[in-house]
Ligand binder design. Structure first.
Ligand code: PMP
Length: 292
């Protein structure tokens, strides 16, 4: 990924992609003092760009540092970078981290660096293919108690158990893993929130120890617009056999139906399909949809 062409916005400047490097004694690398975002551009517009940059700011505050660019400045930098990269459909990755000025657990005076990278990632939207659903394993690691980790922050450090869990699932032939939380309740996938359907009603775990995803909130809104009933509540794994549909939501995942979670099977049907299509209509700018 470090050999692509184009530019990376790095501390206020557009740096050639291959030259956007940092030192090995970067605090963020050693102590995970970094926060990031994952966004998608559709038809040349980043969906909910400001919400993502606001969350980046909040994530940093939770970790005890302040991002030295305003949300407006980050929005403008992203829009300019997307233009320079020349992509219509792309993935956007802003990241902020403590630099290499101080080594040790304490790094109060380290520089806060910020970068934004944008790469081409066409929205994977073949509805028939997606409706087959993906297979999930059940992860061994659990989402930590909010008293154990800053779970409301999209902090790099929280992804250690996600990468381990996703790798373990992939090694067994699964696409991803569903994670339980510290209480043993259903939490989310390694990079996306989770929803279930039972008797026409949508159920999703309360986001009290994991990200209340921007996509999750968008899909809840879309479901309400359709008149679907949504229940946010504690969901226990022994209930999995009672649900007929399951899907994931995330900026990268969009709405992705699930066909299996370990021994439990689901059949993507009307609600998953409707919300999958409604989400794609929601994310594309009106001008792009009109030009289709
Ligand atoms: N949970 C985790 C662990 C994630 O990485 C993501 C992706 N950011 C989400 C949930 C979904 O968040 P969003 O819809 O804001 O992308």
């Amino acid at each position: 990924f470090d050999q692509l062409d184009g530019y990376i916005w790095f501390n206020g400047e557009f740096v050639p992609w291959k030259e956007a490097k940092i030192h090995v004694l970067t605090h963020g690398l050693h102590y995970a003092s970094g926060v990031f975002e994952g966004e998608r551009a559709y038809g040349g517009r980043v969906f909910k760009l400001t919400e993502h940059n606001q969350r980046l700011h909040r994530s940093a505050e939770i970790l005890g540092f302040k991002i030295p660019y305003t949300v407006e400045e980050l929005d403008a930098a992203t829009i300019e970078l997307l233009k320079r990269q020349g992509f219509a459909d792309a993935y956007v990755r802003p990241i902020a981290w403590r630099g290499s000025e101080m080594m040790g657990v304490s790094a109060q005076n380290s520089r806060i660096n910020v970068a934004i990278a944008i790469w081409q990632w066409g929205s994977y939207f073949n509805p028939a293919e997606k409706l087959k659903g993906i297979r999930l394993d059940i992860a061994d690691y659990r989402r930590p108690d909010p008293k154990t980790a800053p779970s409301a922050s999209k902090a790099a450090g929280l992804y250690m158990i996600c990468t381990i869990s996703k790798h373990a699932a992939e090694a067994k032939g699964y696409a991803d893993a569903m994670m339980l939380d510290y209480r043993g309740q259903v939490a989310e996938a390694t990079g996306a929130n989770i929803f279930f359907v039972k008797d026409g009603v949508i159920h999703t775990p309360l986001p009290d120890c994991f990200l209340n995803g921007i996509t999750r909130q968008t899909v809840i809104e879309l479901a309400k617009r359709r008149g679907y009933e949504i229940v946010e509540r504690a969901i226990w794994p022994d209930e999995l056999s009672t649900f007929s549909e399951c899907f994931l939501t995330g900026s990268a995942a969009e709405v992705t139906p699930v066909s299996e979670i370990g021994p439990y099977t689901f059949t993507p049907a009307a609600i998953s399909e409707t919300l999958m299509n409604d989400y794609m209509r929601e994310v594309y700018p009106a001008e792009a949809a009109a030009a289709e």
